[in-house]
Design a protein. Structure first.
Length: 298
């Protein structure tokens, strides 16, 4: 399910890139909000959950929503400006940033091995970006902002009140995309010729495809994380890079160069190492906790 979700998200990114040639990123964000908010509101009501809970005003929820908005808007903008494979390669640093954020802001213990993996992954990002050298894409820095937003979201979510359901958090997040999208449309439409005209049928079809693949991918992620061990399914998130590179080559004629491939390999390898190391430590902690009652009986 996690691999399927990553394939769906990579296809969604492809449709975003295609749609961005006809409409502004703000329109895409607005469409995501207008489609996602009512769907998750309906799912919440079907489960008997209230659409408004006082805990939705919790600072952690507000910060998580803001982080999600930064991640989504930055990713949509970057996909409109840089190659799909490049954006996906940079985004893979997010799990390492989550580990670093948990250590710096949540006080979680991170040993020297995982810190080393973090620094190797960041070095990989620098190789991909190659600042100051030929081939540097300034717009790629927007993807870095998206990765930071994604990491902040995953760190802050650990402080979200547990009584809130995923559907409640999701509906309020997509709802927040609507005013952001409207504001973006108003800003980008100012003085733009033909900005008020209706999109062509092809563009409408692309936007529907973005919405469909986005929501399907989200459903698969929720299913994977709820039915499988998080430490086991999380590494499969890196398959998104493989799908993105394939689509970039086949659909957009992209040709990943050596620095990007080397940097992406470093990011993925270090991220996998950090995840596997964390999973191993958690298993050791569980075994130790399970052995303590037995030792007490002895």
């Amino acid at each position: 399910m996690m691999t399927l979700a990553m394939a769906l998200f990579a296809i969604e990114d492809s449709f975003i890139k295609l749609a961005s040639s006809a409409v502004s990123p703000a329109v895409i964000v607005l469409c995501l909000g207008l489609s996602g908010a009512p769907i998750f509101a309906l799912l919440a009501r079907l489960r008997g959950l209230p659409l408004w809970d006082p805990m939705l005003a919790h600072p952690a929820v507000i910060l998580r929503t803001a982080s999600e908005l930064v991640c989504t808007v930055a990713l949509v903008v970057s996909l409109a400006l840089i190659p799909l494979s490049l954006a996906s390669a940079i985004s893979q640093v997010a799990p390492l940033l989550v580990t670093m954020g948990a250590a710096l802001f949540l006080g979680e213990e991170v040993g020297w091995r995982r810190w080393s993996a973090i620094f190797v992954g960041l070095a990989g990002v620098m190789i991909i970006l190659r600042p100051g050298f030929e081939g540097f894409e300034p717009a790629a820095l927007i993807t870095v902002l998206s990765a930071l937003g994604l990491a902040a979201r995953d760190v802050v979510v650990r402080r979200v009140p547990p009584r809130l359901h995923t559907f409640q958090i999701s509906w309020i997040t997509f709802l927040a995309m609507i005013p952001v999208g409207i504001a973006g449309v108003a800003l980008t439409a100012t003085g733009a010729p033909g900005a008020a005209s209706l999109p062509e049928p092809r563009t409408v079809a692309l936007l529907f495809a973005v919405i469909g693949f986005a929501l399907s991918g989200y459903y698969c992620v929720v299913t994977a994380t709820r039915t499988g061990d998080v430490g086991f399914v999380t590494p499969y998130r890196y398959t998104r890079l493989i799908f993105a590179m394939i689509l970039g080559i086949l659909v957009f004629g992209e040709t990943p160069d050596a620095p990007m491939l080397i940097g992406a390999a470093l990011v993925v390898a270090s991220g996998l190492y950090a995840l596997l190391r964390e999973a191993r430590l958690k298993r050791a902690e569980r075994r130790l906790a399970a052995s303590k009652p037995h030792q007490a009986l002895l």
